[in-house]
Design a protein around this ligand. Structure first.
Ligand SMILES: Cc1cc2nc3c(=O)[nH]c(=O)nc-3n(C[C@H](O)[C@H](O)[C@H](O)COP(=O)(O)OP(=O)(O)OC[C@H]3O[C@@H](n4cnc5c(N)ncnc54)[C@H](O)[C@@H]3O)c2cc1C
Ligand code: SF4
Length: 349
């Protein structure tokens, strides 16, 4: 049969609704779901079964592919993360392209989250499967492709997630550009003291990681930097980075310089409980242990320049841009704490 003929073949969809022991069927009326779906256009087999992922469950699909000439398969069960590949393998082993498959999650996204709403959960399962039936109509057989990837990665965010990712990639021999928009590494962990559940000191954890990152020749740390443009695809992304100058280099008297600055703003490091100056250091053990200028609040009055001894403070440097090519990008940009509205969760009361 030619590809064109295959594309025009009438749809022969097999739908399998899993009980997952009772994880699904204690809430969703799986027999009813399978029965209702069996009347949908293109569906030639619609079954429910206690454990679709078991060998007998997989055999049901294998036999139906042979006996009923299925050309699309839908399994409504647990998360695709767990078993999508399991069922795709069944298609693969039985002569059906594995991309003619769709996995629907009626456990995490249905029975578990609507455990007290049996009727509505059953209706939701039917609607989710109908969505999949509409989807598989448009599926085409695909072939996996191999593509060369640039052996360089971009990690956006220099908190503990970004540091971990950068070290992991570097240990695999991949060059890493670690981009952090603030002038200091570490992210939110630097705001904590002892960490749950191990009771280890946050300061020690982060210092140990920062030391490894700083001393790893495969990792380029880019502080005060953000991604401003990006294009390309997996294997080769072109990314434009914009770095704003730190403004400060090698000052011998940081405390006096900080004292000289007349601008005082809420200190985000302690959620605004104290204030800091427009020339500042994030915390005593920050990396790098060097002052930085908060350009949003700096008035460029020049007082810090007058007070500085040793290195230099420059207030008129302009941002620089650089384009790099990387094979992959990891976003590790962290979180902002949610500020509830007055009264929400009792906030402010
Ligand atoms: C009050 C509190 C207590 C906690 N206690 C614990 C605990 O005891 N144990 C525990 O394990 N966890 C705890 N956590 C959670 C822990 O702090 C976080 O899981 C962890 O810090 C997240 O790290 P991260 O790197 O993903 O994000 P972050 O620490 O938020 O780091 C993200 C980094 O990305 C940077 N960034 C953001 N956007 C961009 C951008 N566009 N370009 C470049 N850089 C960017 C940010 O400046 C930041 O440095 C606690 C959290 C809170 C709020
Ligand atoms: S130039 Fe900016 S950082 Fe320096 S003292 Fe004035 S306000 Fe502060």
């Amino acid at each position: 049969m030619t590809k064109e003929e295959k594309d025009k073949e009438p749809l022969r969809i097999g739908v399998y609704v899993c009980h997952c022991g009772g994880n699904i069927s204690d809430v969703v009326d799986v027999e009813r779901v399978a029965e209702v779906i069996s009347h949908d256009e293109g569906v030639v087999v619609s079954r429910d079964y206690i454990f679709m992922c078991s060998d007998p469950g997989q055999n049901l699909i294998a036999e139906d592919i042979k006996e009923h000439g299925l050309n699309r398969v839908i399994v409504a069960s647990c998360s695709p993360d767990l078993h999508e590949a399991t069922f795709q393998n069944v298609l693969d082993k039985n002569g059906l392209n594995k991309y003619l498959y769709m996995h629907i999650n009626i456990r995490e996204q249905d029975s578990w989250v609507h455990s007290h709403e049996h009727e509505k959960a059953t209706e939701k399962a039917i609607r989710l499967i109908r969505g999949a039936i509409a989807g598989v109509r448009h599926e085409k057989p695909l072939e996996p492709i191999m593509k060369d990837a640039t052996k360089r990665a971009l990690v956006v965010g220099g908190g503990i997630s970004g540091l971990t990712a950068a070290l992991d990639l570097a240990d695999r021999g991949i060059a890493v550009d670690l981009v952090e928009k603030q002038p200091f590494l570490g992210g939110r962990i630097t705001q904590l003291t002892k960490l749950f559940p191990t009771d280890v000191s946050a300061k020690e954890v982060i210092q140990e990681m920062v030391n490894r990152v700083v001393n790893n020749s495969r990792i380029t740390i880019r502080l005060n930097t953000e991604v401003v443009e990006g294009s390309g695809a997996i294997g080769s992304f072109k990314v434009k980075l914009r770095t704003i100058p730190r403004g400060v280099q090698g000052i011998d008297n940081p405390d006096e310089v900080i004292d000289s600055c007349p601008v005082e703003v809420p200190n985000e490091h302690d959620y605004g409980l104290t204030t800091r100056k427009a020339i500042f250091i994030k915390c005593p053990d920050a990396y790098p242990n060097e002052l930085a200028i908060d350009w949003e609040n700096c008035t460029r009055c020049g007082k810090c320049v007058e007070a500085a001894k040793g290195g230099k403070i420059t207030l008129d440097d302009t941002p620089s841009e650089e384009e790099i090519v990387v094979g992959s990008i990891i976003m590790a940009t962290g979180f902002k704490p949610y500020e509830p509205a007055e009264g929400e969760f009792g906030y402010g009361e």
